[in-house]
Write a protein that binds this ligand. Structure first.
Ligand code: BGC
Length: 427
């Protein structure tokens, strides 16, 4: 009998210990419907480190002030443009183990991957409740909708077609910033003669090369024909696509030798340091220049649309949604409400380098670059980015990234066009 009492006592103490451990790991709160929720709010993204995480941390901070009872887990997986995060996410989604909410680009990355697979909850009620239907540009709502259902909330709008340049290099060498490809090659030649790397590239992760190439495609095709590439209405064997590939090939004569060992931050750093004159990158580079390198907009670095894309705006929008089957949907909706609020967007975007997705954000919170990007967004023709998941399904993008990776070393235009055309058969 004594032995049994001892055994019960041990088991009791052990179960109390386990419960305590469990409640250390998980928060509990009361959902909108009055039910107990008992899971951390796991926010999955690829915003880690230099130039990437400041906006996210500020947003989490704001959320925690509003909802101190909800425990947040920042589950970011490093790697530019989601290089690693997207693979981790795919295996979790396939295993029915979704994060509470995750970063996903509006457009095909959301719609063809997760909505089509029935993995996302519609958020029309949340949009209705928050009065969001006329607070986000219709173009953005369309990018996150399928058949009238809205599946995620955009936190930002990044511009991908930006050429960043080191002001001092241009001033000291009496050069004008190029706006056409002819001007670009003219300037690049002069810089090369002076021993300055004209264009910084960091294609350790191949998406950065796709990023440059898509902006050449946009320049040569214009938004309408560029859009036809993803619907199969325009072939990759079109002369203008071939011309874009030729231009990209020529650009590769002006990049840094160590491009394949650098990531996007390392490449941007070359421009910041004055080791390279220009790079073509999305405006997360501005977040990196300003937050991490303490550079000043329009003093240390300048910006223009990438060659021949003035009047066009290559859109990259980061959005978050509600996966089906999460334990804490009410907490997720609270996070989405903060992320979609004016306050949330204005805490996040000035740090991230992007502009707010909402049309009624406080413009005074943004620097000169942000103000220019906002004006350009409303006056430009928009085009969805391929490199950042919006234009075409993930499987196609993976094949383009592989083709471009080979192209950067082999520089074989015919082989590259063939590879694109073959990949396009699955579109
Ligand atoms: C994302 C940005 C991010 C960039 C670099 C893009 O795909 O939309 O938010 O800063 O990748 O990682």
């Amino acid at each position: 009998m004594k032995k049994f009492r001892l055994l019960f006592a041990v088991l009791f103490v052990f179960s109390v210990f386990l419960t305590a451990c469990n409640s250390n790991n998980e928060s509990s709160g009361t959902g909108d419907n009055g039910k107990e929720t008992s899971s951390k709010l796991e926010i999955f993204s690829w915003w880690t480190g230099a130039g990437e995480e400041d906006g996210l941390l500020a947003l989490i901070d704001l959320f925690e002030k509003k909802y101190p009872e909800i425990e947040v887990e920042n589950a970011a997986v490093a790697g530019g443009a989601g290089t690693n995060a997207k693979a981790v996410l795919a295996s979790r989604m396939q295993g029915d183990d979704p994060p509470s909410t995750f970063q996903v680009h509006g457009g095909e990355e959301l719609n063809a991957s997760w909505v089509a697979a029935g993995k996302m909850e519609p958020l029309n009620d949340l949009y209705e409740k928050e009065g969001w239907n006329d607070k986000f540009p219709q173009d953005l709502i369309d990018m996150v909708s399928v058949d009238g259902n809205i599946y995620s909330v955009p936190v930002n709008i990044h511009r991908s077609n930006v050429l960043w340049y080191n002001k001092k290099i241009f001033e000291e060498n009496g050069l004008s910033v190029p706006t056409t490809f002819d001007e670009f090659f003219d300037v690049a030649e002069q810089l090369k003669e002076k021993g300055i790397t004209p264009l910084a590239l960091g294609d350790k992760e191949p998406w950065t090369a796709t990023h440059v190439f898509e902006n050449i495609l946009l320049a040569k095709l214009g938004p309408e024909n560029y859009g036809k590439l993803w619907t199969g209405e325009l072939s990759f064997t079109d002369n203008r696509v071939v011309e874009a590939a030729e231009i990209f090939k020529e650009m590769l004569n002006y990049i840094n030798d160590d491009h394949s060992s650098r990531n996007w931050q390392d490449a941007s750093q070359l421009v910041a340091n004055g080791e390279a004159a220009m790079n073509i990158m999305g405006d997360w580079a501005k977040g990196y220049f300003v937050n991490d390198l303490q550079l000043k907009v329009n003093e240390d670095f300048g910006y223009v649309p990438s060659p021949e894309t003035d009047g066009y705006f290559m859109v990259v929008t980061d959005t978050f949604g509600l996966p089906k089957g999460v334990k804490n949907p009410d907490d997720v909706k609270k996070f989405l409400s903060v992320l979609g609020s004016v306050e949330g967007q204005d805490v996040f975007n000035p740090l991230k380098g992007s502009i707010p997705a909402r049309i009624d954000a406080d413009k005074s919170k943004y620097d000169e670059y942000g103000q220019d990007a906002m004006a350009d967004f409303s006056s430009s023709t928009l085009a969805p980015s391929l490199a950042h998941g919006s234009a075409a399904p993930e499987g196609f993008l993976t094949r383009v990234n592989q083709a471009i990776n080979i192209f950067v070393t082999q520089k074989d235009v015919d082989q590259f066009i063939d590879a694109l055309e073959t990949a396009a058969q699955d579109l």
